[in-house]
Write a protein that binds this ligand. Structure first.
Ligand SMILES: *Cc1c(COP(=O)(O)O)cnc(C)c1O
Length: 362
C-alpha cells in the first residue's frame, strides 16, 4: 500500500494516536460513551468562546454538508427567507440545499477572489424586509479566501436577523468568538481543523434560536431541534459513529496539548505563509491576494506556457509522499495545496524539494 500525507482540506492527515482510538468498539447507550459525547459537546462550546447558558452544541451524523443542510431546513424552514453571500462552491451549495428543500432565498454572488461586503448586506436587508436569515462561508475552501464574518455579523445583528456561518474549514484553525461576532448557528465537521476522521458534523447553536426550530424541519434525520432534544444526556438519536467520536475526543485532547486554537492557528499560518513564499520563489502565483488569503488552503495558478498537466504533477508528488488537490475556481487554471492536519514545516520543506525535482526537467 502506498502511503502519503494529505495536503488537502479534509479529510486530512491525522495522528497515529487519533487513528488508534478507533481500535475499540463502544456501546452507544453505555454511560461511559454518553459521557464522551457530552464532554466533546462541552469542549466545542469552550473552543467557540460561548457559555452553555446561551449556546449548545449538537452533533449530527454525516459530512459537513449534512450540518449546513440541517441548519437551513430547521431554522430558515419554509416560512423564512435566506440571504446567501457566496464567493465559492460552498456558498453555491447552500443555494442548492434551499432549492431541494423549497426554501426561499436570495443568492448574492461575488467573484471567487473577492470577499462579501458588509455594506452590500446592509443595503440588501434594507431593500428586502422579508429576509429573516443571512448565511455565509468563513473559509471558502474553493479558493482559500478568508471572509470577514465579523463585519457582516455586525450588520446582520443590527438588522435583527439570524446569522448562519459555515466555518467548516476554519473552526479550530482560526479563532472565532462566536457570541461576540453575533453568530447564531455555526457549522463545522470532525475531519477539518480539529483533526479527527470523517463521520459527523457539529453545530453550535444559540439556544433561543434553536428553540424556534421545533417542528420546522422537512427532514426527519436532519431535524436539528429533534437531534438536540434527543441528545440531552449524550445519547445520539440514531446510530452514532462511535469510532469517529472516540477519535474526535482524542483529537481534541491533542489540540489542547498543542496549545489550543492559538497554537494550532499559528502553525497553520506559519506553514501557509512559508509554503506561499517558497512556491513564489519557484514562480507560482497565488489566486487570492495576501490580505484575504486564509491559513488553510492556497490556490496557485499554473505558470504561463505550462508544459505539464495536473495529473503528471499529482502523480510525481504522490509517489514521493504527498497528495495535493485540483483547482476549483471556475475562471482560471489552478491547483490547490492545503496545509491543515498533521503537517509541519518539514513537510512543506519536503514538498518544495519535490517541486524542485519535478520542475528541473520542465
Ligand atoms: C468541507 C467543507 C464543507 C462540507 O463538505 P462535505 O464534503 O459535506 O464534508 C462545507 N463547507 C466548506 C467551506 C468546506 O470546506
Amino acid at each position: 500500500m502506498i502511503t502519503y500525507k494529505l495536503l488537502t482540506p479534509g479529510p486530512l492527515t491525522t495522528s497515529r494516536t487519533v487513528k488508534e482510538e478507533m481500535m475499540v468498539d463502544h456501546c452507544t447507550w453505555d454511560n461511559d460513551y454518553k459521557q464522551i459525547t457530552q464532554h466533546v459537546r462541552a469542549e466545542l462550546l469552550a473552543l467557540a468562546h460561548v457559555s452553555p447558558e446561551e449556546y449548545t452544541c449538537v452533533l449530527m451524523q454525516g459530512s459537513g454538508t449534512f450540518g449546513v443542510e440541517s441548519v437551513l431546513i430547521s431554522s430558515v424552514g419554509r416560512d423564512g427567507k435566506l440571504l446567501i453571500l457566496s464567493n465559492g462552491a460552498y456558498g453555491e451549495r447552500q443555494a442548492d440545499i434551499c432549492r431541494h428543500a423549497g426554501i426561499s432565498y436570495v443568492l448574492k454572488k461575488y467573484n471567487y477572489n473577492q470577499i462579501p461586503d458588509a455594506g452590500d448586506v446592509a443595503q440588501i436587508l434594507q431593500d428586502d424586509p422579508e429576509i429573516t436569515h443571512v448565511s455565509m462561508v468563513h473559509s471558502e475552501t474553493t479558493s482559500g479566501i478568508l471572509n470577514d464574518i465579523e463585519a457582516v455579523g455586525k450588520v446582520v445583528k443590527a438588522a435583527g436577523k439570524v446569522f448562519v456561518v459555515d466555518a467548516m474549514s476554519s473552526f479550530g484553525g482560526v479563532e472565532i468568538p462566536v457570541a461576540d461576532w453575533g453568530i447564531d448557528f455555526i457549522v463545522s465537521s470532525a475531519n477539518k481543523c480539529i483533526q479527527g476522521v470523517p463521520g459527523f458534523t457539529f453545530i453550535i447553536c444559540r439556544l433561543d434560536e434553536l428553540k424556534k426550530c421545533e417542528g420546522k424541519s422537512c427532514s426527519l434525520s436532519l431535524d436539528l431541534y429533534d437531534q438536540w432534544k434527543g441528545m440531552f444526556d449524550g445519547k445520539w438519536r440514531f446510530t452514532s459513529p462511535t469510532h469517529v467520536v472516540l477519535a474526535f475526543a482524542k483529537a481534541m485532547e491533542e489540540m489542547k496539548e498543542e496549545g489550543g486554537i492559538p497554537a494550532r492557528s499559528k502553525r497553520y499560518y506559519d506553514n501557509n505563509r512559508f509554503l506561499i513564499e517558497e512556491m513564489e520563489k519557484l514562480g507560482y502565483k497565488t489566486y487570492i491576494d495576501r490580505e484575504h488569503q486564509g491559513p488553510i488552503i492556497t490556490t496557485f495558478f499554473y505558470p504561463e506556457n505550462c508544459s505539464y498537466t495536473f495529473k503528471e504533477m499529482y502523480e510525481f508528488i504522490k509517489e514521493r509522499g504527498y497528495a495535493i488537490y485540483p483547482g476549483k475556481v471556475t475562471e482560471a487554471e489552478t491547483f490547490r495545496i492545503g496545509n491543515i492536519g498533521e503537517i509541519y514545516k518539514e513537510d512543506i520543506e519536503k514538498l518544495i524539494a519535490i517541486y524542485k525535482e519535478f520542475l528541473s526537467d520542465k
